[in-house]
Design a protein around this ligand. Sequence first.
Ligand SMILES: Cc1ncc(COP(=O)(O)O)c(C=O)c1O
Length: 432
Amino acid sequence: MNWADLTRDELLAMRADLAAAYEAFKAKGLKLDLSRGKPSSDVLDLSNGLLDGLDTHEAEGGTDIRNYGVVDGLPECKRLFSDLLGVPADRMIVGGNSSLTHMYNSMAFCYLFGAPDGSGRQDAVPVPWSSVPGGVKWLCPVPGYDRHFSVTEDFGATLIPVPLLEDGPDMDEVERLCASDPAVKGIWIIPLYSNPTGGVISVEKAGRLASMKTAAPDFRIFWDNAYGVHHLWEAHEAPDIFALCEAAGNPERVFYFFSTSKVNFPGAGIGLVAAGPETVARMVAHLKMQTIGFDKIMQLKTVRFFGGSAANVHEHMKKIAALLRPRFELVLETLDREFAGTGILTWTKPKGGYFISVDVLDGCAKAVVAMAKDAGVVLTGAGATWPYKQDPRDSNIRIAPTYPALAELAQTMELLALCIKLVSIEKLLESK
Ligand SMILES: Cc1ncc(COP(=O)(O)O)c(C=O)c1O
């Protein structure tokens, strides 16, 4: 039954019952957190072998991992990631435990030193983005990842939302904006299992990103493959963006990011950035001013933990998926049971990754999040999935089901359903 068709009296009667259930929930004094996409302790426990010591301090080629050096990462570590992701090892910088650091550093590199335009011309000196008249503009598919938006915001870029559709961004809009304005320097893309929709970019759209005409010759795709091996049901693959860019004659167009934060430990993962040949060479030259080498002990431990084999990483990810799948199923079953046919909520069925995106009636998201908080359940802030935290329809909410145990998640979803229904009824009553 579509709730928009209910009479005022019917809505009022439902509100009375739901409000009583909500008050009962409040009285329980719950403290539950569904706000961030963190791995749960049962998932983390799968990687506890990484806490054990190494029986050597020698890496490939006799490198003493206790000492300085190998600024761009151990070769065996690059090889593992290359096998896993299909990214050329000679395009990678591996190190640090956070890919966000690499994203931030890559942005800083472009702002400070400029991004090579790939023309191969000796006289083509990169122009620092900090000198772009009026400032850089950046395309942000929405709904998207709040920390992406804050990286670009931190550099002072003007963030331009573009709709994220099921198979990637609205490419007509992206092409229009990129072709007409040289200040548009880049776009955030989460190719596989997007945060928060769980969608996958199509090869066709990736190809258009790689080949489109851009008024900025130094345009960049920030391709964040954070969930590149995080399948939940069927396995999908991210398009080979390096091959697509190269085939289109734009070999420098992509910055590629990945980390093992959600493969083993967010507290001690391995992050990487890969880029076109000229870009990566220039970045390494600057990196040498920044460090004499990242933590090679964790790099070697990671390689040893997986026996140097990409196939073993995939096996490990299957174990993680087995723990995460019931959590996603619980959320999706609850949404289906409580909201199918009501017309007050739409949601994505993620193909993988860490999140589920829901849209409540326009003007209701902030009220739902506030109501849940009053009853002890913290959700990701309404608006977080939009640049500047401003969701113009105030409708999108990100659900992050990976952290709580199943019983807690069930309670949280029960409460969330109550809040969505109560706030929606108020909205519907406005026009009755
Ligand atoms: C799309 C995306 N990229 C990056 C990250 C963070 O990655 P890292 O831990 O490697 O900094 C997250 C974490 O939620 C994410 O969702």
